[in-house]
Write a protein that binds this ligand. Structure first.
Ligand code: MF3
Ligand code: CO
Ligand code: CO
Length: 263
């Protein structure tokens, strides 16, 4: 059994600082998302802004990942690789997943963007994106000392099932502990049962990052690049992610937007 670390004040400050840079990059990258922009241009933007902030982009060379950010368009669930040959089109939905390393500490978050604005996207895409954002928030609201990690997945699963839309919740990819490593124990599963899993304690830091599909929860891994994860039925998928800290009274969302958004 691998153990979930309790971070020291110094470690918490480090993760908080890295997370703040990640949030600032996501706040800024939203301004360049528009039809005709390539995912490679998004990568270049994130890469430069990361270095300008005195940080390193965690995805770059992580287990051989070739770029500095993940860009996951439409039916891509996660781990999409930026490419100069992939231009965003009006009506696309795209997840941008940024992880910054500052002084050895990691901050990980992702958000969805509507290419051409929300009005350019289909109603089903809009509803999926908004519902997934709410699922993340409901998951985060479970976080407090004494709660169990299974409470997060249970709350998300109950919420998604109650929509009655038949959405699939991805199982193969999970949230994770985070600190001076990108991925630490525990795995944060986005389905589950209350009261199961380890107990949360003040000083634990981890991500919650539900991936919700319009259709099946099942995914396929690209045999072409070994990274790109798609829905098995090629229907749309959405994801939002935050890095959170367990505080003595509840949670702190470390990757909260600093641009006045409610996420
Ligand atoms: N940021 C992703 C996560 O939320 C991990 C990306 S790994 C990469 O855990 F290698 F694809 F960058
Ligand atoms: Co991430
Ligand atoms: Co993550």
């Amino acid at each position: 059994m691998s153990k979930i670390s309790i971070k020291s004040q110094k470690e918490i400050d480090g993760i908080r600082a890295a997370s703040k840079v990640t949030a600032q990059i996501l706040d800024a990258v939203g301004e360049i998302v528009r039809p005709g922009v390539s995912t490679e241009e998004i990568n270049t933007f994130v890469h430069k802004m990361t270095l300008d902030a005195g940080c390193k982009p965690a995805p770059l060379n992580y287990h051989g990942f070739p770029k500095s950010v993940c860009t996951s368009v439409n039916e891509v669930v996660c781990h999409g690789i930026p490419s100069p040959y992939q231009q965003l089109q009006e009506g696309d939905i795209v997840n941008i997943d940024v992880t910054s390393i500052k002084e050895g500490y990691f901050g990980d978050a992702s958000r969805m963007f509507f290419v051409g604005g929300p009005k350019a996207c289909s109603e089903e895409a809009c509803t999926l994106v908004e519902t997934t954002k709410q699922a993340l928030q409901i998951g985060i609201e479970q976080v407090r000392p004494g709660a169990h990690f299974g409470d997060i997945g249970a709350a998300i699963q109950e919420f998604i099932e109650a929509t009655g839309k038949g959405y699939g919740i991805v199982r193969e990819y999970t949230g994770h502990g985070i600190g001076n490593q990108f991925h630490e124990p525990p795995q944060i599963i986005h389905v589950g049962r209350r009261g199961t899993g380890a107990e949360m304690k003040p000083g634990m830091t981890f991500t919650i990052e539900p991936m919700i599909n319009i259709g099946t929860h099942k995914t396929t891994l690209s045999r072409m690049d070994g990274w790109t994860v798609r829905t098995q039925d090629n229907k749309l998928s959405a994801q939002w992610e935050h890095t959170v800290l367990v505080t003595p009274t509840g949670y702190e969302k470390l990757t909260q937007s600093l641009a006045g958004y409610d996420y």
